[in-house]
Design a protein around this ligand. Sequence first.
Ligand code: ADP
Length: 269
Amino acid sequence: MSSGISEPERVASVTSALPDSKRSGYSGRLAVVMFGSPGSGKGTQSKFLVDWLRIPQISTGDMLREHIRRGTEVGKAIEARMRAGSLVSDELVNQLVYERIHQSDCDRGFILDGYPRTPAQAQEMMRLLGSVGAREVVIHLVVDYNVIIARMTGRRVCPKCGTLYNAVSRPPQVEGVCDLDGEVLGIREDDREDVVRERLTQYEASTRPLIEYFRKSSDRLFEVDASQDRPETVFGKIQDALDSLLDRTSVAVTAPAMAGMVTDGVRAR
Ligand code: ADP
């Protein structure tokens, strides 16, 4: 799995693995694009990548929630849409991402979590990456639709200490009660089933078609089966995918064979 390269050198190594012919306008910044439906584990895997690659995670969802928390003008404008599980405007998220990747901690690269989500965002992202000399690696987390619903609607949170539980994968010892402080567990507003379904509908309509866009416009797209495995196992697959960039003499990246698997969006009910 691991190439044995020391961690701080990994980003430089991965990015310099591109042959010269493919490097025009490219100075070696890595943009890892985490792509997948709500509940596919993008946030969890992004955090693993932060620790491994030592580059920051840019989560548009977190940035937007932070605006709401601080009560900014932006926050007030988007609150209702986010509550309902709808997407906020392309102009706004494009602007937030533009500002964020121009901060100095993104000099060596960054992880995009939850962006792009629409064709307009994808086009803007490609333009933006070109303008800052970054190259994308797209990681598509492929998860069965029914697994997503079970994961998201089964999520419970302790209102006191914030510990997350899941009826399927991480149940509390006593149903409905926090292991740590005995508090009655609650459901996050955007994990309610109607909101989850709306978020998935938005994903189906606006975001999932982007995979076709990436298949055509990016030669570095990896599709990773993230349905059944533990998060650490999924991360191992992502590491393998990124490591394979080091070994390759050509950058033509093809997805690992996924014979027989159910891709996300396929309703296997
Ligand atoms: P999830 O991927 O589980 O839906 P996120 O935290 O990424 O969760 O996003 C939460 C919400 O933030 C979305 O439902 C949407 O309202 C808003 N949002 C996040 N990223 C974007 C984006 N790139 N474009 C538009 N809206 C976004």
